[in-house]
Design a protein around this ligand. Structure first.
Ligand code: SAH
Length: 251
């Protein structure tokens, strides 16, 4: 088999955030597979066949990539941000685990990208300077009870929590429920970061106290970060404050 699969992280949106290694993998690809808006981010060129698909078919898409590679094609599978964070890399390995055993001898590589959480953090300062975690609020792949149990545990552990997939058209209420849970553990003035479309022309990043974040608008292009008890603001005259979490915790 001469084909291969590379799962590539495109970063949050700004092309300057694409790594040179990811760019080289895109340049070498013959087939490009991914969710429509991510495939659209890669310029068309002769010799590159694009296969854009809907969002909910990740494992089918991954199987398709493996089949093409097994037939000798150099395949690039693209995700926004990092492909290992709530994205295509895990879907690819899921398809590999369940699929044709011969696929396991294909060269399969993962090219990392800047995940939304890191891009959003950099915009406001250093909110992830202490311990943190990431949770997807989507209940497409796990029950809501599991999500709330995990949230409750990490809020109790006083971690900064990055929430991916905070809302969708089908789930307008879950971010509010998550912030209500946060209010049981954190002070009302705890900084909450709502970072929308980071690295894209319509980027909008806000920092609100937890008590007000509940009523703020968020959509599926938003990454939400809830501070830990030590996360604080550094006010600046006439400018947005910095947000940071100290690295140290008192003994
Ligand atoms: N693999 C992606 C995450 C996929 S889950 C990554 O590493 O970033 C999709 C969620 O990621 C969205 O609902 C949103 O919460 C977040 N997200 C992705 N791109 C973003 C961006 N440019 N700005 C803010 N949030 C983003």
């Amino acid at each position: 088999m001469s084909g291969s699969v590379t799962v590539i992280g495109l970063g949050p949106g700004d092309p300057r955030y694409l790594t040179p290694a990811a760019q080289a993998a895109l340049d070498a690809a013959e087939d490009l597979i991914g969710y429509v808006p991510y495939v659209a981010r890669v310029p068309e060129r002769p010799g590159l066949t694009r296969h854009a698909s809907d969002n909910r078919v990740e494992v089918d898409r991954a199987r398709h990539a493996l089949e093409l590679a097994a037939a000798g094609r150099r395949v690039a599978v693209v995700s926004g941000g990092d492909p290992g964070v709530f994205a295509m890399a895990a879907a690819l390995f899921e398809a590999l685990e369940a699929g044709n055993p011969a696929w396991r001898s294909l060269p399969i590589t993962v090219e990392p990208g800047i995940t939304a959480m890191l891009a959003a953090a950099a915009r406001v300062g250093a909110p992830l300077g202490g311990d943190f975690c990431a949770i997807s609020l989507s209940d497409n792949l796990k029950p809501w009870e599991v999500i709330t149990a995990r949230l409750d545990a990490v809020l109790a552990a006083d971690l900064v929590v990055a929430l991916y997939n905070p809302v969708s058209r089908a789930r307008p209420w879950q971010l509010g429920a998550a912030l209500d849970l946060a209010a049981e553990h954190r002070a009302p003035d705890t900084p909450v970061i709502l970072a929308r479309a980071v690295g894209r022309p319509d980027e909008a990043v806000r920092v609100l106290p937890l008590a007000k974040a509940r009523h703020a608008e968020a959509d599926m292009a938003t990454l939400v970060m809830i501070g830990a008890s030590a996360t604080r603001l550094i006010p600046r005259d006439g400018r947005e404050p910095f947000v940071y979490t100290p690295r140290s915790v008192a003994r």
